[in-house]
Design a protein around this ligand. Structure first.
Ligand code: GAR
Length: 208
């Protein structure tokens, strides 16, 4: 059984896709031990609770310094003893200690085709705004392992999504979620649960 924690900051549609995929059997042999949010009002927490999953908030606002927040966050995460941490719209810079401790055991979903439209400042709707400003015709999503950089870790899956002429950032965001994110993230978790994903020399190998 693969034990996972899902870290969230917002609406939680990717969390929902993971919970649905576990329920339908698309993700095998996996249990969500906890959903952790940095925002108290994240709707993702409600989704978790109504699914009977422990949902907790660790907010930087409740701590005097970033270092104290980092320590509390990591202590909470460690308490669930998970095999894999899934960042599903988690908009927090991870403590370095967490990246070291969970090397090749943290995955993230990013709403573009990395290395385009990623790195510092590219998150959520801002990614889609930048895509439309640049006028690219194809965008997409990427699932990758997390390393010390921002969106620089080994890539597991990518899927392209067409940009359409009259797209708004919101419309494009929804299409990228529907056509790419909600499919790629559950698929990556399923393959990790089945032991089919490995990382060597900064590259991902998948046995399908
Ligand atoms: C998703 O589009 C996810 O790819 C993005 O935030 C959104 C969260 O939506 N993540 C990033 O931009 C990370 N850099 P959700 O809360 O509905 O899953």
């Amino acid at each position: 059984m693969l034990k996972i924690a899902v870290c969230v900051s917002g609406g939680g549609t990717n969390l929902q896709a993971i919970m649905d995929a576990i329920d339908s059997g698309k993700i095998a042999d996996t249990s969500i031990e906890a959903v952790i949010s940095n925002k108290r009002d994240a709707y993702a927490l409600e989704r978790a609770k109504s699914h009977g999953i422990p949902a907790v908030c660790i907010s930087p606002k409740d701590y005097e310094s970033r270092a104290e927040f980092n320590e509390a966050f990591l202590e909470k995460l460690d308490s669930y003893a998970v095999d894999l941490v899934v960042l599903a719209g988690f908009l927090v810079v991870l403590p370095e200690e967490m990246i070291r401790r969970y090397r090749n055991r943290i995955i993230n979903i990013h709403p573009s085709l990395i290395p385009s439209f990623c790195g510092k400042g590219f998150y959520g709707l801002k990614v889609h705004e930048a895509v439309l400003e640049r006028g690219v015709k194809v965008t997409g999503a990427t699932v990758h392992f997390v390393d010390e950089g921002t969106d620089t870790g080994p890539i597991i899956f990518q899927k392209a999504v067409d940009v359409q002429e009259d797209d708004t950032p919101e419309v494009l965001q929804r299409r990228v979620m529907e056509q790419a994110e909600w499919e790629l993230l559950p698929r990556a978790i399923d393959l990790i649960a089945k032991g089919k994903v490995s990382v060597a020399d900064g590259f991902v190998r998948i046995e399908e």
